[in-house]
Design a protein around this ligand. Structure first.
Ligand code: HAM
Length: 424
């Protein structure tokens, strides 16, 4: 019978890569902690309505990419395609939002039925941050600074560019959308299929087109900046000043509109050219109307999320993968000495809880056990033998060319080994 395979676009992450993932997670946790954000966890399954009402009925995500199904009760549920909707639902349901300020973060898998390619998967991991109850551009600047701090921690800041835009309020975007549709209708013979499909349902997404002919046509099109309110313009100007003051470089990209409907005023993306087509590693912005739209009391908000797979790919491409923590010590255990080996290992782990100590299991010749110790990159091996144990000593070997071999008494072994491990 054929072996079962993972679902297309859903990746297994194997031990050779998990240390990179752990380093990325640890860096994200350090940074959100440093900025005073608190973790929130919410389910991967929600009512489909939640995503329809937040992300928008005519977005690609809701129209084409959700994993939706009727459960055994006949409720229509969806795997979460992103975290903001669930975060707002959870925070509001538990009374965390009204008249309060919250700084929250989450991480976890998201699901979108997209065409898989490098950097684009059907199950992917996001790190997200959401801030509630703060209306000024200061919180927008803080969110961007937080992300910039993470790029510095990961040593990838040089490879990322920040793009920002002011997309105004939803009514303003509607008016602009109508003007854009009218302009494009007047040039209908030049529209590609994608633009034709979106002309009436979601004209702003046409601005994202990568087709050079469409870009040429769009160069003459109405611009969103002419439709947004004075108030949103001054918010945006203040954000720019705060970013400059913080030393965060940015580009204003008037075409940046984002693929989810809940945004207003400033939006941003961090992009890289080191990943090919899927170059956006992080995106977000303000979404002042969403809490109310989902039935909560009016509560302003802003946030962003980043794709962990894309960050891991970046670390690999730029050769910034953190070094694996090596095995400190491998205990070579001749047949019949399992009991002695395990109690020695327990003592050593008790004395050096931060060190990685492996006691060989499964028997076999000492020479092949030693080979395994080398292949794991262990720094030292203890070579147990019953004669030595009878005399209360063990042999410690440094596993490198010309490495020393020392005979240690069982009593002094923990201190001696700890000293050697610290020295190098
Ligand atoms: P988004 O732009 O849809 O925004 O996704 C955020 C990030 O998730 C992207 O920049 C990308 O790095 C990653 N991502 C998206 N789709 C995929 C995929 N199929 N495969 C791999 N990575 C992917 C949101 O999700 C918003 N909830 C962000 C937000 C939070 N806005 C405000 N608060």
């Amino acid at each position: 019978m054929a072996k079962l395979q993972a679902i297309r676009g859903m990746n297994d992450i194997l031990p050779a890569q998990t240390s990179t993932w752990q380093a990325l997670e640890a860096a994200f946790h350090r940074v959100v902690n440093r900025f005073g954000y608190q973790e929130i966890r919410f389910p991967v399954l929600e009512q489909t309505q939640l995503f329809k009402r937040s992300i928008g009925e005519v977005t690609d995500i809701v129209e084409k990419e959700m994993y939706s199904f009727d459960d055994r009760n006949g409720d229509n549920l969806s795997l979460r395609p992103e975290g903001t909707a669930g975060c707002v639902r959870a925070a509001d349901q538990h009374g965390l939002l009204y008249n309060q300020q919250q700084r929250l973060w989450y991480q976890g898998p998201m699901f979108r039925h997209e065409r898989p390619q490098k950097g684009r998967y059907r199950q992917f991991q996001q790190f997200g941050v959401e801030a509630f109850g703060m209306s000024g551009p200061d919180i927008d600047a803080e969110l961007i600074q937080l992300s910039a701090d993470l790029w510095r921690e990961l040593d990838i800041a040089e490879a990322l560019v920040l793009q920002i835009n002011n997309i105004g309020a939803s009514a303003e975007r509607k008016a602009f959308g109508a003007a854009l549709t009218a302009y494009l209708e007047a040039h209908s013979e030049r529209l590609d299929d994608d633009a034709r499909n979106r002309l009436y349902s979601n004209p702003l997404r046409i601005l994202d087109s990568k087709n050079p002919d469409m870009q040429a046509l769009l160069a003459e099109a109405p611009v969103l900046a002419d439709y947004v309110s004075e108030e949103s313009v001054s918010h945006f100007e203040e954000l720019k000043a705060l970013l400059s003051n913080a030393g965060v470089a940015f580009e204003v990209n008037p075409r940046l509109v984002r693929g989810l409907d809940y945004y207003n005023n400033c939006v941003f993306e961090w992009v890289t050219d080191s990943l090919g087509a899927q170059g956006t590693v992080c995106g977000g912005g303000r979404y002042d109307g969403l809490v109310e739209q989902l039935g909560g009391k009016p509560t302003v908000a802003a946030g962003f999320a980043m794709g962990a797979e894309r960050l891991v790919l970046m670390l690999e491409t730029l050769d910034k993968v953190p070094q694996q923590v090596p095995t400190s010590l491998y205990i070579v255990v001749p047949n019949g000495l399992a009991k002695e080996a395990q109690s020695l290992a327990a003592t050593l782990r008790g004395e050096m809880p931060e060190q990685r100590i492996i006691s060989h299991c499964g028997g076999g010749k000492p020479a092949s056990q030693l080979k395994r110790a080398f292949s794991l990159g262990a720094r030292y091996a203890i070579l147990l033998d019953s004669e030595g144990l009878d005399q209360g000593v063990v042999r410690l070997r440094e596993l490198k060319d010309g490495g020393e071999e020392a005979t240690l008494t069982l009593d002094e072994a923990p201190v001696q080994i700890a000293q050697r491990l610290l020295r190098a």
